[in-house]
Ligand binder design. Structure first.
Ligand code: NDP
Length: 484
């Protein structure tokens, strides 16, 4: 059984152990300990104590320890990729890449953390020295979802640690088994610098959010939970960093490479069974190209290999749980009742009695008021709509409460320029959706979140800023009291 990892020790939680499930065949892959508020308190206190030493450690020494995490991740790449596939259901082929990318993230922040130490600025007083200091916040709670249990955690952990903070990790219930296993890649760090809990969001998660010794909540997950966290964190005016849901549009202009656009739509819509925060969830196509584009997307969708992630040939892997699949199916059925056409998919693949598979689905004839067009779907469903022109596509793209990512396919620089200036999204792609770059920021606008991960911005989130005004000469100032 995998145990909680607190203050460098493995602990059994107060709760009854839970079973980890493989979404591809519903088999039990292992057991893990289940924590309560008692273990959450132990973890917070361990992180608080460890902070005193970790924040004072020379950045070069911290960097060496973070590089060692990268080395260990790479050394155990295959084991990690298999475990991630077993518990998330996702493709082994992609998971190998995500482990390597996670290792790169630790290397990147190990170095960036050594160079980000504020600045000296001119003082209005000639006898004074003015400096901007960047100091770590303290204990950070990292609360993460199940769809990318390693990568999304590393996007928080690496910069938080590089900046000198200590961390309490709360993984999603569905992926607690794999996450508790990460402890072995961090056990060269001083005790308490990282602590990993398992426990329910409502119980352990909220305990972390409201605890006065937790100075920041770094959260990735649904908009609903993010809103609740923001409300709870308001009590202590805590730092919050929220990476939330999305409803990403893809605009296809008639001047674009239609074959590339069709393939990109299928890739962006069905990768990880659509359970990517930046999945393509709406497609707007200029009218003249619509019939050809739709035919090609449908043809490609029907050719996709649906199967378990452990088979490297599987292209559309299972969803995480039956409940998630039922929620997605409900959106499809509602759309159908409202007049939409299910051109392909829209059902559990015939013959698949085990595993949480759902056929990649293409919808047409949808309207903007349908849940499948306005709420996050987080499943393998691609609604495709014709539009009069680029301006209409841009307008409809922006008519959303979300603003995480957006993609444009066009070869017209005038459209690209207007799009990148006017699209309301934090991640803006042109002619290639879903691409990320560690060196640049990732995050959302509107109800998709606050703050940015990755890049310089992703490190800045984990610092408090101090402005130091130092009177070097000393003496009494003329503007002090008494004035006479
Ligand atoms: P949830 O919001 O349900 O859960 C996310 C995490 O929060 C889990 O660890 C969960 O624990 C915990 N949690 C739940 N309730 C609370 C609470 N009241 N207080 C504190 N913590 C709580 O999201 P999912 O795990 O279902 O993930 C899917 C969502 O994540 C989608 O909306 C997706 O768009 C979003 N996401 C956003 C990304 C981005 O970068 N913007 C990237 C990836 C996903 P438990 O599992 O125990 O309930």
């Amino acid at each position: 059984m995998r145990q909680l990892w607190i203050n460098g020790e493995y602990l059994t939680g107060e709760g009854a152990p839970k079973q980890a499930i493989n979404p591809a065949d519903e088999s039990i892959i292992g057991e893990f300990a289940w924590g309560s508020q008692r273990e959450a308190e132990l973890a917070i206190q361990a992180a608080k104590t460890a902070f005193e030493g970790w924040k004072r450690m020379p950045a070069s020494e911290r960097a060496a320890m973070l590089h060692e995490v990268s080395r260990r991740l790479r050394e155990n790449l295959e084991t990690l990729a298999v475990e991630l596939t077993l518990e998330t259901g996702r493709s082994i082929r992609k998971n190998r890449g995500y482990v390597e990318w996670s290792a790169q993230c630790f290397d990147y922040y190990a170095e960036l953390g050594r160079h980000n130490r504020g600045r000296v600025i001119p003082s209005p007083e000639t006898s004074q020295f003015s400096a901007v200091l960047k100091v770590p916040l303290g204990v950070v709670a990292a609360i993460v979802p199940w769809n990318y249990p390693l990568l999304l955690l590393v996007w928080k952990l690496a910069p938080a640690l590089a900046a000198g903070n200590t961390v309490v990790v709360k993984p999603a219930t569905y992926t607690s088994w794999v996450t508790l296993g990460f402890a072995r890649y961090f056990d060269h760090l001083p005790e308490g610098v990282i602590n990993i809990l398992a426990g329910s969001g409502r119980d352990v998660g909220e305990y972390l959010v409201v605890h006065p010794d937790v100075r920041m909540v770094a959260f990735t997950g649904s908009t609903e939970v993010g809103q609740r966290i923001m409300r709870l964190a308001a009590e202590d005016v805590k730092h919050v960093h929220l990476e939330l849901g999305g409803k990403d549009p893809l605009i296809v202009c008639a001047d674009s490479d239609l074959e590339a656009a069709a393939r990109a739509a299928v890739w962006g819509g069905f990768l990880n069974a659509g359970q990517v925060c930046t999945s393509v969830e709406r497609v707007y196509v200029e009218q003249e190209s619509y019939p050809m584009f739709l035919d090609r997307v449908v043809e490609l969708t029907r050719s996709l290999v649906v199967g378990p992630g452990i088979d490297p040939e599987s292209e559309v892997t299972p969803m995480i749980r039956a409940e998630e699949r039922a929620r997605v199916d409900d959106q499809v059925r509602q759309a159908e009742r409202g007049g939409a056409n299910v051109v392909t998919g829209g059902r559990i693949p015939p013959g698949r009695t085990k595993g949480f598979f759902y056929e990649p689905t293409v919808l047409t004839g949808v309207t903007e008021d349908m849940p499948v067009m306005k709420d996050e779907t987080f499943g393998p469903v691609l609604p495709i709509e014709p539009v009069k022109d680029f301006a209409e596509a841009l307008d409809r793209s922006n008519r959303s409460r979300y603003g995480l990512g957006a993609t444009l396919f066009s070869s017209d620089p005038r459209k690209v320029k207007r799009y990148m200036e006017e699209i309301e999204a934090g991640n803006v792609w042109v002619n290639d959706p879903l691409i990320d770059n560690l060196a640049g920021p990732f995050g959302g606008m509107k109800r998709s979140g606050i703050g940015r991960e990755l890049g310089q911005e992703g490190l800045e989130e984990f610092y408090e800023t101090k402005h130091v005004h130092w009177e070097i000469e000393g003496g009494i100032k003329t503007w002090w009291y008494p004035w006479k």
